[in-house]
Design a protein around this ligand. Structure first.
Ligand code: SF4
Length: 318
């Protein structure tokens, strides 16, 4: 496997820097990312497609010109986790995020992830944690990841609303980047302590936001991974969550790519595809899982407990 390309963006060796250098550094990095993504033509939807072929579907796909582009289930999407640190300790959290967790995405990895997305036809991303603002460099990281994306969903529990400075920073970023929509989790798993304040700030400031829809907050979206391990539900015994999210990958803080949106089956690193070429790998892994005799999440997790370590062993070089 290729190692990280350490020559990219030389001003990012320090991962923790003062706010005063942010703007200039971001400008330099955007310029460098944009230059490096300029020469690569995005792969077409067909390059990623793992659905059974339909007659003449290739000719009908309008790709980005389609009015349903952002909601099309065949558009490759990425969930990007920037930290495992959180303000809350929810019992359903697959990532086991908590106030004492300490995985943080580095600036260099955020730049690489953005380049990976641009050069591999990913323009729809969800940024999450943990809770995004627990990352000390959250404002830089979010802006880097959002560079040239068509749609960015920023998932949050709304606790930022208790802090004036963070709220102001967030409002500024959202005004500057209209491609970002904040998605507030408001369900029985979260404390919801500041959620009403967060909603009223979003309304008052006319921010682009939504409130997690009810169907996302109920048991049948719970996959028993991480802290939800003992929350097995009827759904996870009879269905595979990923079968309706086939075109969603998870990228973690280090740039590791998982097949499972909950972080199981890590199979490669973004650093191997900074200049494109991910579609083949995605298709191979997607088709393998699609055709494997895995009938439910519970079934899949049992298999992962047996084979996961062996499956993920090459990722140490990421
Ligand atoms: S079937 Fe496996 S890979 Fe798919 S969502 Fe469930 S646990 Fe994840």
């Amino acid at each position: 496997m290729n190692k990280h390309n350490n020559t990219f963006c030389s001003n990012t060796k320090k991962d923790v820097r003062s706010d005063s250098s942010d703007n200039q550094d971001n400008q330099n990095c955007f310029q460098e990312i944009n230059e490096r993504s300029f020469f690569f033509k995005s792969p077409s939807r067909c390059d990623f497609c793992i659905d059974p072929p339909k007659s003449s579907c290739n000719e009908k796909c309008k790709e980005e010109r389609c009015k349903n582009f952002l909601t099309c289930h065949r558009v490759l999407k990425s969930i990007i986790r920037i930290t495992t640190k959180c303000t809350q300790l929810c019992s359903h959290c697959a990532f086991e995020a908590s106030p004492i967790e300490n995985k943080f995405m580095k600036i260099k990895d955020a730049q690489d992830i953005n380049l990976f997305c641009l050069n591999n036809g990913i323009f729809v991303i969800s940024i999450m944690g943990g809770e995004f603002f627990c990352h000390p460099l959250w404002s830089q990281i979010i802006q880097i990841l959002s560079n040239k994306m068509k749609f960015v969903r920023l998932v949050s529990n709304g606790d930022w609303a208790s802090n004036k400075k963070i709220t102001e920073q967030l409002i500024n970023i959202m005004y500057k980047h209209p491609n970002i929509k904040i998605s507030l989790s408001f369900d029985k798993w979260h404390t919801n302590q500041f959620i009403n304040t967060a909603i009223s700030i979003c309304e008052k400031k006319d921010l682009n936001f939504d409130i997690e829809c009810k169907s996302e907050g109920v048991e049948n979206t719970i996959v028993p991974v991480g802290r939800a391990k003992y929350k097995s539900h009827f759904f996870s015994g009879v269905a595979k969550y990923c079968s309706s999210h086939r075109y969603t990958i998870l990228i973690d803080e280090r740039g590791t790519i998982s097949y499972c949106p909950f972080g199981l089956w890590r199979y490669d690193c973004i650093q191997n595809f900074l200049n494109g070429g991910f579609s083949k790998r995605f298709k191979f892994v997607g088709e393998t899982f699609r055709d494997a005799e895995i009938y439910s999440c519970n079934n899949c997790i049992r298999l992962f407990n047996k084979l996961g370590e062996e499956f993920e062993k090459d990722l140490d070089s990421c």
